[in-house]
Write a protein that binds this ligand. Structure first.
Ligand code: GDP
Ligand code: MG
Length: 312
């Protein structure tokens, strides 16, 4: 058997070691990673993809951990992709994440993968989507993708998740911040975590008011605000029920297909853009650009006509 067939069989058989190896290839974009993804694609589409996003420290990892345990106790296979922020300031929190995640990773039907952000726009999105595809092909019932909602990543998550959960905490200004960051637009479910804290009911009411101000969604889904206490594992079952409700809503209304077609459209456009970029900027053209910078800065030439000549 060819190496690639061994990998594909391993993924399809949910062999954890092979899944890990394949994910590393996908993450590093090795020369055979595309062929792997090509072969795996027809085996994807069965998993329900849950995106969990929100500000750092809101309790995303804690809730993910709670969901993993619940899903696993229900006999579900769960794949998790945790996107680590590159920020060195979060080192401590990440260590905490790993320990908690590892504890869940010991559960038989759970596969957990931590992925680094590359810091480059687009790179994050692509690899996370492809990594989800690998876990999907590996037969996971649910895939949970945790990303920090502070930049581009939470918008990327909306490009692959069937259900997006935005986690907020009662701290003042959180809801407003979330609105600014575009989190309100992508949420299917809001979770107010740390809801044992003072002011939780008021913040939950504020979020509900903001939701009411939004135009109704095309598919008729009503966004709910759930209160949880992640550190005490409170509200996890209610959260899972809401996820199931959303999933059934998408399935019954047929909107799952529409949503996934939108994701596909974005994916194909990204693939083309990436390929054009990679193939276009070969050594020769890069050198040509470098050579012409002098004449452009001296105004002997303008960038527009230079681009025209490059493309013709
Ligand atoms: N008081 C309180 N602390 C919580 C709750 N949920 C999580 N935490 C704590 O908040 C901190 C950050 O949680 P974490 O899950 O790492 O947040 P993330 O950065 O969003 O993934 C940890 O110390 C958790 O133990 C909660 O409901 N109440
Ligand atoms: Mg986390």
């Amino acid at each position: 058997m060819k190496d690639i067939e061994i990998l594909i069989n391993g993924v399809l058989n949910s062999d954890k070691r092979v899944i890990a190896k394949t994910l590393t290839k996908v993450e590093n974009e090795t020369s055979d990673s595309e062929e792997l993804l090509e072969e795996l694609y027809k085996h994807t589409g069965k998993a329900h993809r849950i995106g969990i996003t929100g500000p750092p420290g809101a309790g995303k990892s804690t809730l993910t951990n709670n969901l993993i345990k619940l899903l696993s106790s229900l006999g579900k296979k769960v794949g998790v992709i945790a996107v680590d922020p590159t920020s060195p300031f979060t080192g401590g929190a990440l260590l905490g994440d790993r320990i908690r995640m590892q504890e869940s990773g010991l559960l038989e039907n759970v596969f957990i993968r931590s992925m680094a952000t590359r810091g480059s726009l687009g790179g994050l999105c692509k690899n996370v989507v492809e990594a989800s595809d690998v876990l999907d092909a590996a037969g996971m019932d649910f895939i949970i993708i945790e990303t920090v909602g502070v930049g581009q990543s939470e918008l990327d998550i909306a490009q692959t998740a069937d259900t997006v959960i935005v986690v907020l905490v009662p701290e003042s200004g959180d809801a407003v911040q979330a609105m600014k960051a575009g989190l309100m637009e992508i949420a299917d479910i809001f979770v107010l975590n740390k809801s044992e804290r003072e002011g939780a009911d008021a913040v939950a009411a504020t979020i509900k008011n903001i939701i009411h101000l939004k135009p109704a969604t095309e598919d008729g889904w009503i966004i709910n605000v759930l209160k949880t206490v992640g550190s005490k594992n409170e509200g996890t079952e209610e959260l899972f029920k809401e996820i199931e409700k959303h999933r059934n809503h998408l399935l019954d209304s047929g909107f799952i297909r529409k949503r996934r077609m939108l994701h596909l459209e974005k994916k194909v456009i990204d693939l083309v853009n990436n390929k054009l970029k990679v193939n276009f900027w070969d050594k020769e053209k890069t050198q040509l650009l470098t050579n012409r910078l002098e004449s452009m800065i001296d105004r002997d030439e303008n960038p527009y006509s230079f681009v025209k000549s490059l493309l013709s």
